[in-house]
Write a protein that binds this ligand. Structure first.
Ligand code: ARG
Length: 707
């Protein structure tokens, strides 16, 4: 690749006043531009620059990545962690049974001994971050073609990881691209794997409003759960679960604040936003809308209707599928909302106009001449979009959508092979009995319906070969074919050895099915990767050109699941002239709450009606408004992955936890709309009120310094 993609990130450093970029942005902390810090101070941030990243009490030291998909914050000297209820959801669900339903009834561990360990839950602390772009450039990274660069990065990461582990075996290092691969940063983490469930409110409150209110404002959801980090008793460092581990004692933790906020007050989130595409071209946005979001929403809609029917009919099925349903539904609704916003805000047109400006800049300066090429970009996307649409349909239909599909993928894509290493004929795999995790009737209904739906949405040439079998041997009846697979295939015989070197292996109908869907996947993948590397290169140039053109402004990189800070203010929302406030009150939830059918999204237990209808909320009520405030709005720039992010006031004290974005700006992953984009947080006083009056969790309130 071209040697001199000389990027000028001068803007990141210089400049004293921000114009266009004020408020927007997910900033890495270690190299926060002075201009951004100064703007934060103007808004009311009171900590010194080193109070963010480098100082002994730096805020970043209390912020964690929760289990690789959420954020959280350490809030006590004994390693107590706050995250969202929907982040702890799977852990809570996994401890729930029809007899002890912590999901429905909530949970409070009255002592350390009662805190519940979780096999798959971990937290990561960021230890250090640095820009290694120039080192990589010197090593020849940018001389390689773009599709060879990630292997190169992997090899550097391996070497650096070994070095770091030699210094301290509890550390781990990761290199990730920033600014569309125009920069690379190395980040060091320390992971703790013994993380125990301490407290959760009932789902009626933790997920109050359910799918109806998801991505919506106004909101009354008390979206939090409480965990504790455990450590090796000798070193206070990470250790695999052991009953002898003890609560972790961090050097720094965040302090909760009962002082609240007013409109216009400084507010900041620090957490782990997963992915944004703010530099994406207009062509890329169109592809996102038509070839990803639209088919994703369509297929999930079909699947979720069936899931819901089965879950309502049987409590045990509901427990099994609670997380699977919430997960699917979350980005089903997001996809619908994002597409609506792309159109109503006119984002593609805005991006096209911006690209005209870049083009004019390029024409007048010659910057990236012969490299960044909008006609080429248009052509490349035109080549990919149709295949991408089919691919999304394929993935939403066949990937992990039923136990059968999961097993089909596992058997082809690798699972633990047992038996003698030197005797291939004796090697086998076994599916453990995991019948606790899925339900056959639901699974089969979903599988059959999605097969039919797939055929209705793609060309015949993209149909896996088994469709011919369905027509020929099952009279086109998908349900019969699915029954046959579940009944006959070795994939569904849990506990049985599957010898894949035996002759019968490939004749098994389930193995055959797995190979058929993989054939289509391989074809789609080949067609997509043939253009993707050129698209990636064009998008990288586009990002480079934007930053160069606007070199007077600081630029943040797209989210990539590394720690970011986003600052702004507590701010109300006004949609189409209708003011929607900046906080909700106890009165609003009392009005909305229902009793009776617990499947209604606004259902809450009688005790919650009582507690939220209290006359006096004591120290948890807001001192200015006199109200019990539940959720609140800021204009902090967040996205998926930020869930559970601490929301800090100007002194670095905890106001609440971020847990959602709003419907009016669901396109903010590709374009941050300064008027409409909001972060929805749960007020710390609401969390503590329920911890106190519902949970009577005195030992935790003492630990937090509240009692
Ligand atoms: N939309 C929120 C997020 O992505 C909450 C998701 C969980 N809640 C739900 N009702 N599914 O973080």
């Amino acid at each position: 690749m071209k040697k001199k993609t000389s990027i000028l990130f001068a803007g990141m450093m210089a400049l004293s006043t921000l114009q266009a970029n004020a408020d927007e942005g997910m900033w890495t902390l270690y190299n926060l531009p002075d201009a951004v810090y100064n703007q934060m101070k103007e808004y009311g941030f009171n900590l010194p620059y080193d109070g963010l990243y480098s100082g002994d009490n730096a805020i970043m030291k209390s912020v964690i990545n929760f289990s690789g998909y959420c954020s959280g914050v350490v809030v006590s000297p004994d390693g107590l962690v706050f995250t969202n209820h929907h982040c702890g959801f799977e852990a809570i669900r996994s401890h729930s049974t029809v007899e002890h339903d912590y999901m429905l009834n909530g949970f409070y561990a009255k002592s350390f001994e009662e805190e519940l360990p979780n096999e798959d839950t971990f937290v990561s602390f960021m230890v250090e971050q640095k820009d290694i772009t120039e080192e990589l450039r010197k090593k020849g990274l940018y001389d390689l073609p773009i599709d060879k660069q990630s292997a190169f990065i992997d090899s550097v990461e391996n070497v650096m990881s070994k070095d770091i582990k030699a210094q301290d075996s509890t550390l781990r290092l990761e290199i990730k691209p920033y600014y569309e691969g125009n920069k690379f940063y190395a980040t060091t983490y320390r992971d703790f794997n013994d993380v125990r469930l301490v407290f959760t409110v009932p789902k009626s409150m933790g997920k109050y409003g359910g799918e109806t209110d998801n991505w919506m404002w106004p909101r009354q959801t008390c979206d939090y759960s409480v965990f504790r980090i455990y450590a090796d008793p000798k070193t206070n460092g990470p250790a695999a679960y052991s009953k002898d581990n003890v609560p972790y004692h961090p050097k720094h933790w965040s302090k909760v604040s009962l002082d609240g906020y007013k409109e216009g007050d400084f507010a900041m989130t620090v957490g782990y936003p997963g992915s944004t595409s703010r530099y994406l071209s207009s062509y890329g946005i169109k592809e996102r809308r038509d070839a990803q979001n639209a088919p994703r929403a369509q297929v999930r809609g079909v699947k979720q209707d069936i899931m819901q029917r089965h879950m309502r009919a049987d409590e045990a099925v509901r427990i099994k599928y609670d997380s699977k349903f919430a997960q699917s539904s979350n980005y089903w609704k997001n996809s619908i909302g994002m597409n609506k916003c792309i159109d109503s805000i006119g984002i593609i047109r805005q991006k096209q106009e911006f690209e005209q400006r870049i083009k004019a800049y390029q024409d007048s300066t010659g910057y990236l001449k012969g490299k960044l090429d909008f006609d080429k970009m248009k052509e490349l996307y035109a080549k990919r979009i149709g295949t991408y649409y089919v691919y999304t349909n394929w993935a939403e239909t066949f990937r992990n959508t039923s136990e059968f599909n999961t097993r089909a993928a596992r058997i082809l894509n690798g699972m633990e092979v047992k038996g003698p290493k030197d005797k291939p004929a004796k090697q086998y795999v076994v599916f453990d009995d995991n019948s606790k995790e899925w339900d056959e009737a639901l699974d089969k209904d979903v599988m059959a319906a999605l097969m039919k739906n797939y055929r209705e949405h793609v060309d015949a040439k993209h149909l896996p070969a088994f469709y011919a079998t369905v027509d020929k041997d099952f009279g086109g009846d998908y349900a019969k074919y699915v029954d046959y697979l579940y009944d006959k295939s070795i994939l569904m015989k849990s506990g049985k050895k599957i010898f894949f070197n035996k002759k019968g292996y490939k004749n098994d109908p389930g193995v055959q099915y797995a190979m058929d869907i993989k054939d289509i996947f391989d074809q789609l993948k080949e067609q997509i990767t043939a253009v993707s590397k050129d698209i990636e290169q064009q998008e990288r140039y586009l990002c480079d050109a934007k930053i160069r053109m606007e070199m007077d402004l600081p630029h943040y990189s797209d989210a990539n699941f590394t720690m970011r800070l986003s600052y702004g203010q507590v701010k109300n929302l006004n949609v189409g002239g209708k003011p929607a406030g900046y906080y909700t009150t106890a009165e609003s939830i009392v009005e909305k709450m229902k009793t009776g059918d617990k499947f209604v999204d606004y259902y809450a237990e009688p005790i919650m009606h009582e507690l939220m209808g209290a006359k006096d909320f004591g120290k948890y009520a807001d001192k200015t408004t006199g109200k019990m405030q539940l959720c609140f709005l800021t204009n902090n720039d967040i996205t998926g992955g930020n869930s559970g992010s601490p929301m800090f006031d100007g002194n670095g004290n905890l106001l609440g936890l971020a847990f959602d974005g709003n419907w009016d700006s669901l396109s903010s992953d590709i374009h941050f709309d300064r008027v409409l984009a909001r972060c929805i947080g749960v007020d710390i006083r609401y969390m503590l009120y329920l911890m106190d009056k519902w949970g009577h969790a005195d030992r935790l309130l003492k630990e937090l310094g509240v009692k």
